[in-house]
Design a protein around this ligand. Structure first.
Ligand code: CP
Ligand code: NVA
Length: 309
């Protein structure tokens, strides 16, 4: 039984095994109806419980469809309509759910809540996004990059905008796979130093800059995300300082000619990305969204100890 609260819980060998398994399973079921189980239905009879204390479209649907494709099923607990929302403790919720479901996914604000859930659960716990990190998203992103034929070690990845939870997981991946990350943010919106140091310890080159052109110059992959994450305030001063970091044609032109644009979605067109880039030929955001399903399947298999690595 494995928890996936952050990418280092799995490590490079397991994530590489997930990426290989995801590609194999994706290929094996091309053109099948999306709800039909894979031929081996490796999680037949298993149930995933999903706790949502924040909104979600992709994470919610992709985990549900992933469980169906693995032969199992999923159910949702919304904080507002469960006893969690009325103050039942995380510890008791973990112990109760462990008697009823085979794995738990949680999307919440404070990362410590996901950690506490894992401490008290007798089944695998998966982080479906916290204020600190979004590991499942980055496994789908790595799958998208690998499918593009771009090798991970030495990849030049540019991040523009807010130094947020998604960037933290990218930096964690950078330390694991030796990606080079150039982070362009306004002053005061840098990622937490802990993640920068983690990446550098793993052998990644990480540059922090307040110059968006320096960040994208010669990049293989350009990534951004919302300037205002869930639970944050729309501060006028923050939005003003983000303006030069909008990914538009002018910035994309500084990346390599075959560079691709990634965004975890939901996107705010005209804020962190221009419509031309979002809808343009270099954008792979909907492949990336689809890959959430394929990535979740391999994450689930790893959590259940069913993935050789
Ligand atoms: N990218 C992502 O996690 O999307 P949702 O918030 O819709 O789950
Ligand atoms: N950084 C965003 C990601 C959404 C998937 C947020 O936390 O709201």
């Amino acid at each position: 039984m494995n928890h996936l609260l952050d990418l280092n819980d799995a490590g490079g060998d397991a994530i590489a095994a997930m990426l290989a398994d995801a590609q194999d399973r994706k290929r094996a079921r091309a053109d099948w109806p999306k709800g039909r189980p894979d031929a081996d239905a490796p999680l037949a009879g298993h149930v995933l419980g999903m706790i949502f204390e924040k909104s979600s479209t992709r994470t919610r649907v992709s985990f549900d469809i992933a469980m169906r494709q693995l032969g199992g099923s999923a159910l949702i607990l919304e904080a507002g309509t469960s006893q969690l929302g009325r103050g039942e403790s995380i510890a008791d919720t973990a112990r109760v759910l462990s008697r009823m479901v085979d794995a738990i996914m949680i999307r919440t604000d404070d990362h410590a809540k996901a950690e506490e859930l894992a401490r008290h659960a007798q089944v695998p716990v998966i982080n479906g996004l916290t204020d600190r990190s979004h590991p499942c998203q980055i496994i789908a992103d790595l799958l998208t990059i690998v499918e593009l034929g771009k090798p991970l070690p030495g990849l030049e990845l540019a991040w523009l905008g807010d130094g947020n939870n998604v960037l933290h997981s990218i930096l964690e991946a950078a330390g694991i796979f030796k990606l080079n990350v150039r982070v362009g943010t306004p002053a005061g919106y840098e990622p937490e130093l802990e993640f920068v140091e983690m990446a550098r310890r793993g052998g990644a080159r990480v540059t922090l800059t307040q110059d968006p052109i320096e960040a994208v110059d010669g990049a293989d992959i350009v990534v951004t995300d919302t300037w205002v994450s869930m639970g944050q305030d729309h501060l006028a001063e923050k939005l003003a300082s983000m303006q030069p970091f909008r990914v538009d044609d002018r910035l994309m032109a500084r990346a390599k000619p075959d560079a691709r644009f990634l965004h975890c979605l939901p996107a705010h067109i005209g804020d962190e990305v221009s419509e031309e880039v979002f809808e343009g030929d270099q954008s792979v955001v909907f492949d990336q969204a689809e890959n959430r399903v394929h990535a979740q399947k391999s994450i689930l298999l790893w959590c259940f100890g069913k993935l050789a690595s």
